[in-house]
Every structure is written in C-alpha cells, then in structure tokens.
Design a protein around this ligand. Structure first.
Ligand SMILES: Nc1ncnc2c1ncn2[C@@H]1O[C@H](COP(=O)(O)OP(=O)(O)OP(=O)(O)O)[C@@H](O)[C@H]1O
Ligand SMILES: [Zn+2]
Length: 466
C-alpha cells in the first residue's frame, strides 16, 4: 500500500505521490540556536526523523533539509547578555543540539543550512519580491504586502479579513497594513548587520526558510514539516513568499506535530515549564524517551508525566527482553523445528501489519503495538522445545529492521550477564572435550561479537569485556 499523509493544507489524509518517482524532498523548520532544546522541541526532530526513516525503508531516496536560525532577536539578546559574539553563541548551541538529538537516535539531515550562510540568496529573493510588487521598503525595513497574495490563509484556514481583526502594528514598525510582515529589518544600534540594497540590516525569520528550502530542494518540495505552532504565521508566510517568488506550489504536503504538554500546558521556554533534553537524557535512557514519544501518534498531544515515561520504559524492556532471548537462543541452537514455515509466516504478518500502521499517516503508536505482538509471538516460540535457527534469525532480523525504522535499538549495551558468559564458557569447555571445535569456535566468535575477549590459559579460559 502507499503512504497516506494527513496534509494540513487540505485537512485530510492523502496518498503520497512524489514529485519525482522514488524521491522525497523534505524540509523541516529547525531550531533558533540560543539555548539548549527542551523535550517539546525534540518532538518534531524525532517525529520527522522517523518519517524520513520510513520513507527510506520503503525504498525512497530522501533529501532531508533542516535549517538553523543562527541570527534573530532572541539570539542577539542572549549574546549581549552573555557578552559573547553571536557566532560563538550559535556554534555552542548547534554543537549541543547535535549532541542531544544524536542521543535521541536522530540522524543528521543531508543539509543543515544556516541563515548567515545564505545572506546573498536572501537579499536576492527579497529583491525579486520587491520587483514583483509583493514587498516594499519602508525606512530601511522591507515588508511583505500580505493582501497582494491570493490565497493568504489557505494553510491555517483563515480569511484575510478574519486575520485583520487580531492584527496590530507594533511600536517601531513602519508598515502599510497590520497584516504585512517583515522580510528585512533595519539594524538597531549595537546589533549585528549585513549590507543590503535597503541599507544595513538582517532578515526576518520567515524569509529564511523560503530561501533555504529553494536553494537546497528547488521551487517545489514534497513535504514541509514542523510543530503545529508554526502553521501560522510562519508557514503561511513561507507559502506567501515562495509562491509569489517562484510562481509555483511551494510544498505539496504540510505536516504538523502536536505538542508535548506538562500538566496539560504546552511545554515552552516562555512559560518556563520545560525540561531540557541535555538534563533528562542523563537520567533516563534517551531510547526510552524516543520510544515514549513514538508511542503516541505524532498529531496528538503528549502529556509528559513520570508514570507514562515509566510505562514506556517497561514496554521497551519487554520488547528488548524478547529480542535478547531470541539472540541468546541463537547461540545455543541449530536444531531444526518442524513448523518453521508457519512461524515465518507469522513473522511476515507482523511485518505487514507494521507497514500498514506506518502507511497510515505514520501511526507509530500502532506500529509499536505490532512490536509488542511480535515480542509476544517470539516468547511463545521460545517455549517450543525445538527452535529453528531460520525462524530465530527471522525474529531477530524483524525486530532489528522495524526497530531501525523507529530509531530504536533493542540490543542492550551489556547484553550478556556475567552468568551467561560463564555458562557459555562452560559449554565451550564441554565442546572442546568432545572435540566439537565448530561449536567451540562459534561460542568464541559470539562472545567476541559482544565485545568479550577470551584468553586461554593453562588454568582455563579467562574473559574480560573489551
Ligand atoms: N511543547 C512542544 N511540543 C512540541 N513541539 C514543540 C513544543 N514547543 C516547541 N515545539 C517546536 O519546537 C520548535 C522550536 O520552537 P520554539 O523555539 O518556538 O520553542 P518554544 O519553547 O515554544 O519557545 P518559545 O516559548 O520561546 O516560543 C518548533 O518546531 C516548535 O513547533
Ligand atoms: Zn521555517
């Protein structure tokens, strides 16, 4: 079956049809780097990393771009407060970002463009909008003429007249209409700036994504994604800028993830109710955090509560134990069971169910239920007297492949307990006594693969963890 995506633009699930056969061009709005990310901020990173992994699993060639906003008001304020250069501050938090999201099992994007590296492209883009009459300069600022763009409000499903009611012109803004938004901001004293046709200044936030998406993915992209709070005004403004500039559809599918709440309120920096990934990943296995997040559909809210995280930990442990028992049995078995076809079919059914769940708008909650079912079946199989290597390998491989789609590893770091190692060594002694060198070597290789180093001495075999 093909992948269905809930498209915020049409507010319905649609069959994913790529622009170019077999390829996915995807842009995810990235962080403003002036602070460590909190768990709420990490949700879009985990969610869209999983979406990307699933497309790759389905055989698509994915180009994944996610930007860093490395100059803006909040960054300038933070740098001033800390007495640091803007680029020093942003380098520090970009490095911290990579550490945090890597710990959470997220792969790097193919490109992580930065605003400061695209200043010429941004200026040229704005110039085109000015030339086309979609933007105007006003005392060193440049504003987008929102009413000129037909279709403004189509993503957030609001009419321009509704929006007008809530719009205000802030002090210091010199725009013609309250709905207009800044593309370029004139420099204020003491701020970092770039030269432009409109004088010294720096870009507004929305323009950067339009420019960087176009530079790295082209005029039209397949999927544009971000947190649900970005729908309006950020993504609405991106559409207005890009479609006015390119005269083409900007993004075909818009995906938005729900919030992580704490006591049923959005976790956010401004509310101060946040937990930093950098802190919590030292207390809770980050794989548990990822598993916890994926156990809820990406469009639903998640309440971050200790008992729910504990439940996720128990659930993950259940799957890991089944996987480890399968792996363990593989070291001890080579006997042929009688019912391998039947079991192989059962495993294949779980794989198909997993795909069905993920095809349905990346329903990771249901996909995880399938992993629980796979674990349940594996446990039943392990109770059989004769286990077949082929079936065990298929169980192990299915856990690994499906786990990889979710970015979850089931192998434990220290998979073998000391007693298990001792038992295997004892078995190796017996095997050697019986001149079963094949088995003896097999045990040595298996232990080595787990990082256990054996040393045969006159007194017997010693081992240590490598
Ligand atoms: N609680 C949350 N749950 C899910 N996604 C979130 C949450 N908070 C922020 N995001 C997402 O994280 C990214 C960065 O957002 P942002 O920097 O605005 O964070 P914030 O904590 O909401 O900050 P502020 O309170 O200053 O607005 C965006 O994609 C946003 O949608
Ligand atoms: Zn963006």
């Amino acid at each position: 079956m093909s992948i269905q995506i809930f498209n915020s633009l049409t507010r319905q699930k649609e069959t994913f049809v790529p622009l170019e056969e077999g390829k996915v061009k995807m842009y995810v709005c990235g962080p403003t780097v002036y602070n460590y990310i909190h768990i709420g901020n990490s949700r879009p990173v985990i969610v869209y990393d999983t979406v990307r992994r699933y497309f790759q699993f389905k055989g698509y060639d994915v180009k994944f771009v996610s930007n860093f906003t490395d100059v803006d008001d909040k960054i300038i304020k933070a740098a001033n407060e800390l007495g640091e250069e803007v680029h020093e501050l942003t380098e520090r938090f970009i490095a911290a970002y990579f550490e945090d999201v890597t710990a959470l099992g997220c792969k790097k994007a193919d490109v992580h463009p930065r605003v400061t590296e695209h200043m010429d492209d941004i200026i040229q883009f704005i110039q085109v909008l000015v030339d086309k009459g979609y933007a105007y300069e006003s005392a060193g600022d440049v504003y987008y003429r929102t009413r000129k763009f037909n279709g403004y409000g189509k993503l957030s499903h609001q009419s321009v007249d509704d929006l007008k009611i809530g719009a205000r012109i802030e002090a210091g803004e010199k725009k013609d209409d309250a709905l207009d938004f800044a593309l370029w901001k004139a420099v204020k004293p003491g701020e970092i700036y770039w030269e432009s046709p409109w004088g010294k200044g720096r870009p507004g936030w929305h323009i950067e994504c339009s420019v960087m998406a176009r530079e790295h993915l082209g005029d039209t992209i397949d999927i544009h994604a971000g947190g649900q709070d970005l729908t309006f005004p950020h993504h609405e403004n991106e559409i207005a800028q890009s479609e006015a500039h390119n005269d083409k559809t900007f993004a075909r599918y818009w995906m938005h993830n729900g919030y992580i709440n704490i006591d049923n309120e959005k976790m956010s920096k401004s509310l101060g109710n946040f937990i930093l990934v950098n802190d919590i990943r030292k207390q809770i296995d980050p794989q548990i955090l990822r598993f916890f997040m994926l156990s809820v559909h990406y469009r639903h809210p998640i309440n971050f509560a200790k008992d729910l995280v504990d439940a996720a930990a128990t659930g993950l442990e259940r799957i890991r134990t089944a996987y480890n028992n399968v792996k363990h049995r593989l070291t001890a078995t080579a006997s042929l069971g009688d019912h391998s076809e039947e079991w192989l079919e059962k495993i294949a059914e779980q794989k198909a169910d997993f795909e069905e769940a993920m095809d349905d708008d990346f329903n990771t909650a249901n996909a995880i239920s399938v992993l629980f079912e796979l674990a349940r079946i594996a446990n039943i199989y392990l109770n059989e007297t004769n286990t077949d290597e082929k079936v065990l390998l298929s169980f192990a491989e299915t856990f690994e492949v499906l786990g990889d789609v979710l970015g979850i590893e089931f192998a434990k770091e220290e998979e073998l307990l000391d007693e298990e190692i001792e038992a295997l060594l004892q078995e190796r002694v017996e095997a050697r006594k019986n001149r079963d060198f094949a088995r003896s070597d097999e045990i040595r290789d298996h232990l080595q693969a787990q990082g256990i180093i054996l040393e045969d001495t006159r007194q017997g075999t010693r081992w240590k963890r490598g």
